[in-house]
Design a protein around this ligand. Sequence first.
Ligand SMILES: [Zn+2]
Length: 246
Amino acid sequence: MPVYTSEALILRTYKLGESDRIVVFLTRDRGKKRGVAKGARKARSKFIGTLEPMTRAGVAYYEREQRDLVRINYVETTRSPLSAATGEALGHVGYFAELIDEWAPEAHADERLFRLGASATDAIAAGAPIEPLARYFEYWILRLQGVYPSLAGCSECGVIFEKGAVMPPRHDLFVCRGCAPSGGARISVEALRFLRAAGSTAPDNLASLALQAQAGTELETVHRRLLNLHLDKELRSARVLREMRG
Ligand SMILES: [Zn+2]
């Protein structure tokens, strides 16, 4: 049985049998894996406190031939999002993990996706403001999938966006205000500025990105539409977040 030790990000767990858990985790070098953590639900388990979503950890696991499930030997936490996070940030932890889980292909390494997730954990643990982080995270995860609409100019007439942009209903692109039908979602100059800055800011530096409340709300709306359109559903965690805010 080959043994691997990988830098990883815990995405989610679910119960298996009487006392075990299945752990879904994204490794840096070998993509997304599913593994059995034996006895993880026992009171004295060595896995206690290590399996929260978005925990950065070193994971050692055995890969078994002809089996999809690996067997997890140990998980050693390197950074937990729980260490310094506020309640609001904790609400987002499951959301970020679910987004990565949706888009990470099985057993196919994606260095950029891993870095995005790992940086989000670092930012949460360091107490970064959660709303700009969430909009940055959504922007990049959509962009890494190649589905973030162009910000270069209006997709109808080509004019450069000077007064903001509009996402028409049921579309995943931006047009200028002149070309926009009624009922679209508008984003302001301020929101566009944030997106352009996000595009050239490495995840490690995302704390430097400022986002005003109004622009943040506009981006939340268009990102939710893009995510629902491309995932063909609303994520459970996204719904929970909305309900938490009432
Ligand atoms: Zn136009």
